[in-house]
Design a protein around this ligand. Structure first.
Ligand code: GLN
Length: 546
């Protein structure tokens, strides 16, 4: 194993876009022909982000192998196309629970179990685990340098760097250069302090990636280089951009890939420009100058924190790319429809999407949104919770089951959506009970689904069997299939054993599809997900009608 490790830390403030920076660097190294893997170490105490509210942590990104992970893994996968795995994200919570479980088993043979070396060893083992022939492993450390909880991670990567040697380890530090209007200057002092903080734990950064609102004058770069003990050419400016897909292009222009490779002695003279980034420039061109625009209303619950719908928002952009249009998103808080008329919010949109969600609050409003879309023939896309709400809507308003509901909201006589207590995972049967732990116990990850020949969904996918990622605890009750199909809501995708409804659609409608899985997780800018491409195509048609 001779992978090279690039450790990415952040300083000064959080939300610097370290995740995107890592993803963009991954994409650049890939464009130079290297095999990359991206990982994230998160210093919080939750075992994974699965139990956290989206308000706390944004979206929970689910991998094929069923891990609930940090949303940065979504950026990594979208930018590099490398499917993220369980082994690409770890938290302090998971590290500690493993260490403590080992201690209880007696694996430490009477030793005193300590942060150094036992916790740091567990972190190091994780960082180098499950790597085969990758050329580069990019490992991002969550949080900001100086946080107490991040210390064991910094210590672990310091030790690793020491062991691997400089030829196999590189430290990139992302910082911010705030612009002070009154002085008319970008300030370098916070960066200097942040690097000092990093030095105090024994890490000398090799490359600085400096976020700034405007161009960083060469003089300032020189100053940073001098004070932070970094070569001037390795002080890279990372300016704000209008689309995230321009990030690889701007980083290349600033020399990031060249500096990383020259750090590792992998850059031959004259090869600096031998990189094909045309697919990135093509995509930014489409995003910047599309031929038209459609408006989609996303009716959800976490609309004040858009990170909660990161992959969804990106997948809609991808749907726009596939149709050469800009997708304008109107985020609508669903609770509004419980008191207000939906007409002013929804009558002028070209598509309505109800995304994944949890809990009763806002659910009646989502049901209203489904009804509006169905009755007005506006393209409707229901994802996970959004499919469940569409089913309840049809049951109540078309099939005459007035008390149709989901047991997620409490006991229900007509539970058209109910708790999943048993399902097949490959050859195994998974079982769950009402009082089981909440963490990591949903139906998670990729499962196969068989599509109904001749259905709209089957036509969109062009395949009979698909694999999509799931994250749910409740499921549409197949016992209501006949009643719902009789009123036009067809079950066109089922689990291979025919028990779990995975897709519903209406034939008598412009575009009305609900899916139990999360297609947004697999959409990529260069490979827009067919359902998102199809949904936006239908929205474009609707926009021509109004
Ligand atoms: N709350 C629903 C369930 O657990 C939907 C989940 C989701 O939308 N991801 O089944």
């Amino acid at each position: 194993m001779s992978a090279r490790y690039i450790f990415i830390t952040g300083g000064v403030v959080s939300s610097l876009g370290k995740g995107l920076a890592s993803a963009a660097l991954g994409a650049l190294l890939q464009a130079r022909g290297y095999k990359v893997r991206l990982r994230k170490l998160d210093p919080y105490l939750n075992v994974d982000p699965g139990t956290m509210s989206p308000y706390q942590h944004g979206e929970c990104y689910v991998t094929d192998d069923g891990a609930e992970t940090d949303l940065d893994l979504g950026h990594y996968e979208r930018f590099t196309g490398v499917p993220a795995r369980q082994s690409d994200n770890v938290t302090t919570g998971r590290i500690y629970s493993d260490v403590i479980a080992k201690e209880r088993r007696g694996d430490y043979l009477g030793g005193t179990v300590q942060v150094i070396p036992h916790v740091t060893d567990a972190i190091r083992d994780f960082v180098v685990s499950d790597i085969t022939d990758e050329d580069f492993v990019l490992c991002e450390i969550g949080g900001t340098v100086g946080d107490i909880e991040g210390l064991p991670f910094l210590e672990a990567i310091r030790q690793l760097g020491n062991e691997l040697g400089r030829e196999r380890a590189c430290y990139i530090h992302c910082t911010l250069l705030p612009y002070i209007g009154a002085a008319g200057e970008l300030k370098t002092k916070p960066t200097q302090h942040s690097v000092k903080e990093l030095l105090s734990v024994g890490i000398q950064p090799d490359i600085l990636l400096c976020r700034a609102e405007r161009d960083i004058p060469q003089g300032e770069k020189r100053k940073i280089a001098l004070f932070c003990n970094v070569r001037e050419s390795r002080v890279i400016s990372a300016l704000d951009v209008d689309t995230i897909y321009a990030v690889p292009l701007t980083y290349h222009r600033e020399g990031l890939d060249v500096e990383v490779l020259s750090y590792f002695n992998m850059m031959k003279e004259g090869q600096e420009e031998e990189i094909d980034l045309s697919r990135w420039s093509d995509i930014t061109r489409t995003v910047r100058a599309p031929e038209g625009e459609v408006t989609i209303a996303v009716v959800g619950k976490y609309t004040v924190l858009l990170d909660a719908y990161k992959s969804l928002a990106e997948a809609l952009v991808h749907g726009g790319i596939a149709n050469n249009v800009r997708v304008k998103l109107n985020w609508v808080e669903s609770e509004i429809f419980e008191t207000d008329d939906p007409v002013p919010y929804l009558e002028n949109v070209h598509g309505i999407l109800v995304p994944g969600g949890f809990g009763e609050r806002g659910s009646e409003g989502k049901i209203q949104a489904c009804r509006f879309a169905r009755e007005r023939n506006i393209p409707y896309f229901g994802i996970c919770f959004g499919m469940q709400m569409a089913v309840i809507e049809a049951a109540r308003h078309l099939a005459g089951i007035e008390d149709a509901s989901s047991t997620e909201f409490g006991p229900a006589k007509n539970a058209v959506v109910g708790l999943l207590t048993e399902w097949k995972k490959g050859n195994r049967v998974e079982t769950r009970g009402e009082n089981d732990d909440k963490g990591g116990t949903m139906r998670l990850g990729a499962y196969p689904c068989i599509l109904e020949p001749g259905s709209k969904t089957q036509e969109i996918y062009g395949e009979r069997q698909i694999y999509e990622r799931h994250r749910h605890r409740y499921e549409v009750n197949v016992g209501y299939r006949e009643k719902l199909e009789a009123v036009g809501l067809k079950f066109t995708g089922m689990s291979p054993d025919g028990i779990l409804p995975e897709i519903v659609e209406r034939e008598d409608h412009a575009w009305f599809i609900g899916v139990q899985f999360h297609p947004e997780l697999k959409s990529k800018p260069f490979e827009p997900h067919p359902l998102f491409a199809g949904f936006i195509e239908a929205a474009v048609k609707t926009s021509r009608l109004v």
